[in-house]
Design a protein around this ligand. Structure first.
Ligand code: 1HE
Length: 268
């Protein structure tokens, strides 16, 4: 069942069709440094619920203005004076959005600039590829604010940087930037200038893969991380059984056989 994306239904997100199945999803509250209020989270749930069935082949995830995202909307959180149960439900909506991103099967390339902090880092770590530039910096200021991560950092940021660095970031407010951020695994690419342009180029490249291959890459790998090695190997075989026999792959295999397909070469 093909769904369609109603661009006009989004206000906290700027949703753009870049053509060829590549879409842009940009946090659109620059005046608030793209802090994540509940309305923004609901729009992320909406977009990423529909995207896999609406022909979206890749997404560039970005933030408007000088900063990618300042994390949880602290003003809303303060004003709402939430109960423990209220905030648990807020966190569950964050998980709904971020799980749809990580497990949805649509490649998401995050274009990062300025602050990628707290919940902003939780959002970025739900993307499949992260592109930073010279302005980008990462931190988890929860400890200093009297808070704890609630949007999956204990899982996803720990996956990226390891347990010790994650705990250090939370305890001391340590900021990572530049090559050091790359070295610890917070981003896969560092560019000079526009991280958006670089992310868009990567998204266009990924969108040329067959959708079923991308679906497997951007859902099966994450699911398999949650399984025992035995179960993951079994699941991998089943997924490969489906993906590697897809009819759309035959033309690509034929092109390799008749030597018209590009070969894999080292970078010059
Ligand atoms: C905000 C937020 C926010 C800015 N919630 N309104 N996150 C943090 O602890 C990071 C908090 N923010 C900052 O440290 C800084 O704002 C920035 C480094 C991101 C940007 O600094 P700057 O100098 O460009 O902006 P600013 O003057 O601090 O803020 C501009 C406006 O954005 C201002 O609003 P205004 O109406 O007074 O103009 C700020 O109030 C607003 N703003 N950040 C609400 N976060 C599921 S649990 C997750 C837990 C967490 O994410 S904790 C980490 C929270």
């Amino acid at each position: 069942m093909a769904l369609s994306i109603d661009i006009a239904s989004f206000t906290n997100l700027k949703v753009e069709d870049h053509g060829d199945g590549v879409w842009g999803v940009t946090l659109n509250r620059a005046a608030k440094r793209n802090a994540l209020d509940i309305a923004t989270i609901e729009e992320l749930v909406d977009f990423f619920s529909v995207a896999p069935r609406a022909g979206v082949r890749a997404v560039v995830l970005a933030g408007e203005g000088d900063h990618f995202c300042a994390g949880l909307d602290l003003i809303e959180h303060h004003d709402e004076d939430r109960s423990p149960a209220d905030f648990m439900h807020v966190c569950l909506r964050w998980h709904e959005a971020f799980n749809k991103m990580e497990y949805g099967g649509v490649p998401i390339i995050a274009a990062l600039q300025g602050a990628v902090v707290g919940g902003g880092l939780e959002l970025a770590s739900s993307a499949h590829v992260r592109v930073m530039n010279e302005t980008t910096y990462f931190a988890l200021p929860e400890g200093q604010r009297g808070l704890f991560t609630g949007g999956g950092a204990t899982i996803r940021v720990t996956d990226l940087v390891g347990k010790s660095r994650m705990i250090d970031m939370m305890l001391t407010g340590r900021v990572y930037q530049g090559d050091e951020a790359m070295d610890v695994g917070l981003a896969q690419y560092i560019v000079e200038g526009s991280s958006y342009d670089a992310a868009l180029e990567l998204a266009r490249k990924a969108a040329q893969n067959l959708p079923l291959s991308n679906f497997a890459i951007c859902s099966a790998v994450s699911h398999m991380q949650n399984m025992s090695a035995m179960d993951a190997a079994y699941a991998e075989a089943v997924v490969a059984g489906v993906v590697n026999t897809q009819p759309d792959a035959r033309a690509r295999l034929a092109a390799f056989a008749d030597k018209t397909a590009a070969r894999v070469r080292r970078n010059d």
